[in-house]
Write a protein that binds this ligand. Structure first.
Ligand code: XLS
Ligand code: MG
Length: 343
């Protein structure tokens, strides 16, 4: 039995299309996904704004809320909660060069409109968390934006969201690159600095994605620990990544089991989940995966996470602390490796 509650986004089950080729699996509708998420043991669903309300650009504010209520009813039917809503700014023709940090005032206004609507949708779904994956908030051409002005624009945009709803929480998901070349908010350290500069820092935290930390050349468990130290790890995106290359969203733990162990360890040790935080997955099936295996990567991620939880429970702190006191790190390392290998 896990001590954690798990969440997943509908985009985790996808058709296999990538930048270089078309779909390899059939699309699955939202209700079918919900039913399967519940069966697999998930407690909550993560959403993009337009996962909840497709074509939202064409609808009025009231129509958007009404559509969101339909999805809330569907969640209730499967006894699922909504964890967060994330404005999907990177897909829209208005935001080809970013939203909050676009050099066009019209684009920035559009980004705020989508952010306010995301807050409305979150309210209808019964959640208080907005995730900002700042996909295009950076530059393709290094000279195209001022990093100083852009950082200030980001803080100002978050302040507007905090003012729009006085109990909404904003959670930045940092990523150093992709789809942009240079991101303005690439690591959890950046997120903590942005949080501190807002009008209500306790309502602004981070969503640490394992793969994004690896892409920044950093250790996911340490990055989680950094946010935990400030009480600002609002959620996590657990997955895995083979080094610094395209964003892979592999199943949790399949590349680096020791890193997976340490991520679970830092969450367990610091009471993550006690304030209602979910262990979120952000994983993608391989392109070669068949229709009937559309959910295998979710099952695999949960199985590996829970297996690492068992390993953490077995961790002998008295023995480890003794080794730490004597600085016997060769022995400590091998103790951890034996624990993970089960030998
Ligand atoms: C992409 C991000 C994305 C967000 C959700 O790299 O991980 O999937 O988590 O918008
Ligand atoms: Mg993510």
């Amino acid at each position: 039995m896990s001590q954690f509650k798990f969440s997943v986004g509908p985009w985790n089950v996808h058709t296999g299309a990538d930048s270089y080729g078309p779909e390899t699996r059939k699309a699955i509708d939202l209700e079918t996904k919900f039913a399967m998420f519940r069966e697999l043991g998930f407690d909550a669903v993560q959403f993009h704004d337009d996962d909840v309300v497709p074509n939202m650009n064409d609808l009025s504010e009231d129509e958007i809320k009404a559509e969101a209520r339909k999805v809330k009813a569907l969640l209730d039917k499967y006894n699922l909660k909504a964890e967060f809503v994330a404005p999907r700014l990177w897909m829209d023709p208005h935001t080809t060069d970013g939203g909050y940090t676009s050099t066009s005032r019209e684009d920035r206004e559009f980004a705020m409109w989508r952010s306010f609507r995301s807050i409305d949708i979150a309210r209808e779904l019964g959640c208080d968390l907005i995730v900002l994956w700042l996909a295009r908030e950076g530059t393709l051409c290094a000279e195209a934006k001022s990093p100083v002005e852009a950082t200030q624009q980001l803080v100002a945009s978050i302040n507007e969201m905090l003012r729009y709803d006085d109990s909404i929480r904003i959670c930045i998901e940092p990523k150093p690159n992709e789809p942009i070349d240079r991101s303005f908010c690439g690591t959890i350290g950046h997120v903590m600095a942005v949080s501190a500069a807002t009008i209500d820092p306790k309502r602004v935290g981070g969503n640490l994605e394992s793969a994004h930390a690896v892409l920044a050349g950093l250790d996911p468990a340490n990055e989680m620990g950094f946010a935990l130290a400030f009480g600002k790890l609002f959620t996590v995106h657990m997955n895995d990544q083979n080094g610094i290359r395209y964003d892979q969203d592999k199943s949790f733990g399949v590349e680096n089991l020791r890193s997976a162990f340490n991520q679970v360890k830092v969450l367990v040790e610091n009471g993550y989940g006690k304030k209602g935080e979910y262990v979120g997955l952000d994983v993608k099936a391989m392109r070669t995966t068949s229709d009937e295996d559309s959910y295998e990567h979710l099952k695999n991620s949960l199985e590996i996470f829970k297996a690492m939880e068992e390993k953490v429970k077995k961790y002998d702190y008295a023995y480890a602390n003794e080794l730490i006191r004597e600085k016997k790190f060769e022995q400590l390392e091998m103790y951890v490796m034996r624990l993970i290998m089960g030998i």
